[in-house]
Ligand binder design. Sequence first.
Ligand SMILES: Cc1cc2nc3c(=O)[nH]c(=O)nc-3n(C[C@H](O)[C@H](O)[C@H](O)COP(=O)(O)O)c2cc1C
Length: 175
Amino acid sequence: MNSDMKKFKTFDSFSFSSNLLNNINSKWLMITAGNLDLYNMMTASWGMFGILWNKPVAEIFVRNTRYTHNFMEKNDYFSVSFFDEDYRNILDLVGSKSGRDFDKMAIKNLTALSYENKTVYFEEANEVLICKKLLAYPLHKDLLPEQINKNFYNTFNEEHHTAFYGEIIQYLKKV
Ligand SMILES: Cc1cc2nc3c(=O)[nH]c(=O)nc-3n(C[C@H](O)[C@H](O)[C@H](O)COP(=O)(O)O)c2cc1C
């Protein structure tokens, strides 16, 4: 681990906000699930954050064909991380290759940390949300507006997404 690296501090989950829509859209997210022995992560640029059942909640969308989907199904926790621009190439990598084809755990410059043996996050992230899975909701084609089906699912007969809702149980931020 780089000793110059800033340390994470914990913050109240309800305080998470920082320029949210811009961050999701342009900086993207990294979604990680599993444990230190076996985890996988992928890049996402869709995500929703808000309040549900009085809890601070993250909602992310993972296509059923992603290797990460298996990890999301099998594990009770996942993490959502935001990185600096310096890590764009890593986000590109984990967002273009599947963990089925190469070992994402071996990526240099990413230091995996365990959050209380519940899930994995990375020392190099700036902000991390540790999420406890609340619901996995398959967005089947018959639920979606025609135009959305046409634009996002019909062209290559793609698989649908599952919306995973997680209670944000910890908000970590570098200060
Ligand atoms: C900018 C960007 C945004 C992405 N957003 C999503 C997303 O929201 N949901 C999704 O299922 N895949 C998304 N992907 C694609 C996955 O990250 C990609 O297919 C990845 O290789 C899956 O890896 P895995 O098979 O190891 O899970 C995105 C990719 C990029 C580059």
